[in-house]
Design a protein around this ligand. Structure first.
Ligand code: ATP
Ligand code: MG
Length: 393
């Protein structure tokens, strides 16, 4: 028995003239997600893409990986059948038998694009429906909301049979909207923010501010693993690791304690902004959410984004922590995010951070620092690691 995977594209269909290039990106991303599973042929037809394995492969794994590729509304495994009605009946009973046995209602839908096939679509539905009722007498037909929609597609090159589809990841293909620089901490929010922007078509680069010896190598390893988990949705991620110890120490020594978090954030944003431009990014991305902590009040956000050249995207800005946690679980990052390794913010967190900082007082406080030199030194010390799309991680 030969099987393929059918991908139904979602929003791509709305993209008019760009549709072709969107579809090409989608196929490229699918190929990269399946790279180590074997060879696949891709065939586009209207809003469906046919993914055909060249030889034996783990179809369950392939389906799961493709369910994380953005730009797909729904997908399913399908059986390739002979274009002969009697063969279709047997194939349907055999291939969908288990699904039909556990269902109470069904409906047959048929699409015949090969008009040489002797039965038209309504005739296929009627005959196959009657046959399946005979074979599985516990079933009833429900045309409104069947448990199983048995679908038959008669295409020029073959006939396909499938049952239930699973929802795809939605969104639009990664890289169709350009590239964003994600400020990736070791926490819960930033990996979620990165995946949310990948869903809107951004390729993701990440930047992490590392503060050894206050934060350990294990904390850095955790950030790399989080980026690894994100690659299942985002593809390969270049990760920039910034040495941030000197800046943090100088802020602690020379600036008022209650302003230190905001000043640290401002340094992170400025360094990220510079690195983002070098890396061809059109935006910065953070996991900030209004009111979550002192550095995320409106006055604090205004201070942290002051003077940047790129827009700051904060996809989690209006989400509750619980909603973010639920997305974090869904993308498989939560267990790693909550591993207890300090990040720099915990070590350098003031006891009473200011919730309504004024930009003038921050700028005055920063004058105690040799800002230009500190930023240049940090940029010079950046280490780049490519976190590859190892889809099965
Ligand atoms: P997260 O928000 O990822 O759960 P967190 O809650 O500890 O981590 P916050 O203190 O809320 O982080 O910081 C807000 C945002 O600032 C983070 O979402 C992240 O985008 C950025 N950020 C904080 N610390 C770092 C860091 N060490 N490296 C890179 N980005 C950071
Ligand atoms: Mg946070």
């Amino acid at each position: 028995m030969k099987e393929i995977i059918l991908l139904k594209s979602g929003e791509i269909a709305l993209k008019g003239l760009n549709r072709g290039s969107f579809e090409d990106m989608l196929i490229k991303n699918c190929k990269s997600a399946l790279k180590d599973l074997g060879e696949f042929r891709f065939l586009k037809a209207q809003s469906t893409t046919f993914v055909e394995p060249a030889g034996d492969c783990d179809m369950a794994e392939a389906l799961e990986r493709l369910s994380r590729v953005f730009g797909i509304a729904a997908l399913c495994r399908a059986r390739v059948a002979e274009k002969d009605y009697a063969a279709l009946e047997e194939a349907a009973a055999e291939y969908l038998g288990r699904e039909l046995l556990s269902a109470r209602t069904f409906k047959v839908a048929a699409k015949r694009s090969d008009k040489r096939f002797p039965l038209n679509s309504p005739q296929i539905c009627e005959k196959l429906g009657a046959f399946l009722l005979g074979r599985f007498p516990h079933l009833r037909v429900d045309v409104e909301s069947p448990d199983v929609l048995v679908t038959v597609e008669i295409r020029d090159f073959a006939a396909y049979l499938h049952g239930r589809q699973i929802p795809g990841a939605g969104g639009i293909p990664v890289s169709s909207s350009g590239r964003g620089m994600l400020l990736l901490s070791g926490g819960i929010d930033s990996p979620v923010a990165g995946v949310m922007m990948a869903k809107r078509g951004l390729s993701i680069s990440a930047i992490h501010f590392h503060t050894p010896p206050y934060t350990s190598e294990r904390a850095l390893y955790k950030v790399k693993r989080l980026a690894g988990i994100m690659t299942r949705y985002c593809g390969t991620i270049p990760l920039f690791i910034v040495p941030f110890t000197k800046i943090s120490e100088q802020i602690r020594e020379l600036c008022p304690e209650q302003l230190s978090t905001i000043i640290m954030r401002r340094f992170m944003m400025r360094i990220a902004d510079r690195m983002a431009q070098r890396d061809d990014c059109g935006a910065l991305i953070t996991g900030e959410s209004v009111g979550q902590v002192a550095s995320q009040t409106l006055p604090s956000l205004a201070c942290t984004q002051e003077g940047l050249s790129l827009p700051v995207l904060r996809p989690a800005v209006g989400m509750d922590k619980e909603e973010i946690v639920s997305l974090s679980r869904k993308i498989g990052a939560f267990e790693t995010s909550v591993e207890p390794f300090d990040d720099c913010c915990v070590v350098f967190t003031p006891r009473h951070p200011k919730t309504k900082p004024k930009l003038e007082e921050i700028i005055r406080a920063e004058e105690a620092l040799d800002q230009g030199a500190l930023i240049l030194e940090a940029l010079d010390g950046i280490e780049k690691v490519l976190i590859r799309n190892f889809a099965g991680c």
